[in-house]
Design a protein around this ligand. Structure first.
Ligand code: DHB
Ligand code: MG
Length: 229
């Protein structure tokens, strides 16, 4: 029997294999990452396979309005925008003006700038201003983990029954079960997961991922009939 331990080397090889097989190369996405690296931003964009997963989820739920919290270099934003029909829109929130400018350049280069509004500000400040811009059919939460419960609450308020909510980084190399109270990011992640379990507006699960970023995971939820629109 082969060793079932997921070694770093082997899971990276599998990630490359699946990416090469199912995603392939993509000039717009690769240049978005190159621009992000050139600006010395952290390489924490979702993997290619996860980006495509977001794209497929958006198409599966027929999303025409998508909300993203945490833009960075707009890598996931490009994947989400590509899922939209004509007339659809992604609203994406980025706290840092210089990063938002880079994101806009990347969106233009990818040919999807007309489908995306990049809003500059902290999520907690921007989200209440989006009440008239909803409802959103898919919400992707990928910003400061400490605020995950705030973001989930706004996802529910700005969504409708059936809205899909995805939360990135819910495993954090397994720290979700080992971290102490001083790890505020993991405490934020855990508070968000507990909210997904307890709050009747959500029905959720989570998937662990092993990819080029290491060991992490996403939570995926649907908004229930308990959300009011
Ligand atoms: C971090 C944040 C992310 O959104 C991510 O996907 C990976 C890492 C971080 O803050 O370390
Ligand atoms: Mg993330």
């Amino acid at each position: 029997m082969t060793d079932p331990t997921p070694t770093l080397e082997r899971w990276r090889a599998v990630d490359h294999y699946l990416t090469d097989t199912l995603v392939g190369s993509d000039a717009a996405l690769e240049s978005a990452i190159a621009a992000q690296n050139a600006a010395d931003l952290p390489s924490i964009e979702v993997s290619a396979l996860s980006g495509k997963f977001l794209n497929l989820l958006a198409r599966l739920c027929g999303a025409t309005r998508i909300l993203e919290i945490g833009t960075l270099g707009a890598y996931s934003t490009i994947w989400l925008a590509r899922a939209l029909p004509a007339g659809g829109q992604v609203v994406t929130i980025e706290a840092e003006p210089e990063i938002a400018a880079l994101a806009r350049e990347n969106l233009s280069r990818a040919g999807v700038a007309h489908l995306v509004e990049v809003v500059i500000g902290r999520g907690a400040q921007v989200l209440p201003t989006l009440v008239g811009a909803g409802p959103f059919d898919l919400v992707f939460i990928d910003a400061d983990k400490e605020s995950n419960t705030i973001y989930l609450d706004w996802a529910a308020r700005l969504g409708h029954p059936g809205t899909v909510v995805v939360v990135d980084n819910v495993v954090r190399s397994g720290r979700v079960v080992t971290a102490g109270a001083d790890d505020t990011q993991v405490q934020g992640v855990k508070a968000g997961l507990q909210m997904l379990a307890d709050d009747p507006r959500f029905d959720a699960t989570a998937l662990q991922t092993l990819d080029r970023k290491g060991w992490d995971g996403i939570a995926v939820a649907v908004l229930t009939e308990d959300v009011r629109i």
